[in-house]
Write a protein that binds this ligand. Structure first.
Ligand SMILES: Nc1ncnc2c1ncn2[C@@H]1O[C@H](COP(=O)(O)OP(=O)(O)O)[C@@H](O)[C@H]1O
Ligand SMILES: [Mg+2]
Length: 381
């Protein structure tokens, strides 16, 4: 096990800058998730750490060693991809032990490790089967097992669950978490799935356009996103955002007057803002206490709660925004219904509509410790 540090890693392909100035340090044994939209540079970062790609500039450290010039096989990392390629002619047991046999590890050690990993991954009864006699989920467990038996210093997982169906993905996710709790191998996990990121990570690195947007624990990022991209990327459905203007005493949002937010100073008349509220914070109200009338367009019962998608429109029926919110499953709301909603003022975020940077956090998130700055590694040259 080891720390993994990236220091100002940039990778350019001809005219494309895939990743730029990526810097972070993962403490020994932590589980970090890289998340962001497709093409934001997640795989490039992972491949650079693995040694399958070479950065244009910057340094990669595993433990105290700068591995820039070390070939992949000397880096002591194990990588699992979305497309797990098992050896089709080998049994599960042979697939699991192959890497160790190639390294000349002694037979007793191999047997012990394979046994332990097979047990941990629920593969013990499948050891004599060939890959084609396994389900997709079982094959993926073998691919993970093959990486785990090597007892690498670092695990690199690139969207390892995205080929599995939803139920299996949930199960595997829990199993991965359990495995990490058991083995405590430093892990970097790439996904575009926000639920995987929130549930698995000690810390999440949010990426967009090849740059780090924010690093923090799942709850820190959820409560205190540093910009609109992070705010809308984590959380499902994403945070509601509404354009508005400050007139010197109050806001105007969707052609409705809206009170100023508590504790927010420094607003200038004429200032444009984007106010944000999480779907779970929107309340149903009546015409006296509500802030906006909305028109329900879609009602999605989820069991424990019901998700409502509604349209915020102007008096002239011009559609201004979509609002997502939850109601109790027993609450009778149907498509076409008009209801008033209320936004608790102490739960609202505000963003700069031009830069997307956060300008105001809700009071309810202030009790949370500020984002810990991930310490930059001091380099000994
Ligand atoms: N070998 C390559 N040649 C040219 N461009 C590449 C290459 N690999 C990746 N890129 C570009 O770098 C960016 C990041 O890609 P990638 O790391 O695969 O993103 P992600 O894994 O987040 O989807 C993309 O714009 C992609 O097109
Ligand atoms: Mg990728």
């Amino acid at each position: 096990m080891a720390t993994v540090s990236l220091e100002s890693i940039t990778r350019r392909f001809q005219h494309v800058t895939a990743i730029e100035n990526i810097t972070f340090e993962i403490p020994d044994g932590e589980f970090w998730v890289l998340i962001g939209p497709s093409g934001c540079g997640k795989s490039t970062i992972l491949r650079t750490i693995a040694g399958l790609d070479t950065a244009t500039s910057g340094n990669v450290y595993i433990g105290d060693t700068c591995v820039n010039r070390l070939p992949a096989r000397q880096r002591d990392v194990a990588m699992v991809f979305q497309n797990y390629a098992l050896y089709p002619h080998m049994t599960v047991a042979d697939n699991l032990s192959f890497g160790l046999r190639m390294r000349g590890v002694d037979r007793n050690t191999i047997r012990d490790r394979v046994e332990r990993v097979a047990k941990g991954l629920d593969l013990a009864s499948l050891l004599d089967r060939k890959p084609k006699q396994l389900s997709g989920g079982q094959q993926q467990r073998v691919a993970l097992g093959r990486a785990i038996v090597r007892e690498p210093q670092v695990f690199l997982l690139d969207e390892p669950l995205s080929n599995l169906d939803a139920q299996l993905r949930d199960e595997m996710r829990a199993q991965l978490k359990e495995l990490h709790q058991q083995f405590r191998v430093t892990t970097i996990y790439v996904t575009h799935d926000r639920v995987e990121a929130m549930t698995l990570a000690d810390r999440i690195v949010v990426l967009d356009g090849g740059r780090i947007q924010q690093i923090g624990t799942p709850l820190e990022l959820y409560a205190r996103p540093s910009n609109r991209m992070v705010a809308s990327f984590l959380g499902s459905p994403p945070m509601n955002l509404l354009d508005g203007t400050y007139d010197g005493t109050q806001f105007e949002i969707a052609r409705q007057p809206f009170p100023p937010l508590p504790d927010w100073q420094g607003l200038k008349p004429g200032q444009r803002v984007e106010l944000g509220i999480r779907p779970e914070d929107v309340e149903i109200a009546d015409a006296d206490t509500g802030h906006f009338p909305v028109c329900v367009s879609i009602v999605e019962p989820l069991g424990r709660e019901t998700l409502v998608r509604a349209i915020v429109s102007s008096a002239e029926d011009e559609m201004l925004a979509i609002l997502n919110f939850f109601i109790a499953p027993t609450q009778p709301l149907n498509p076409g219904d008009r209801v008033w909603v209320r936004f608790p003022l102490d739960r609202m975020f505000a963003f700069d509509p031009r830069t997307g940077q956060v300008q105001h956090y809700p009071r309810s998130s202030k009790t949370l410790a500020p984002n810990e700055i991930v310490k930059k590694k001091t380099i000994l040259k």
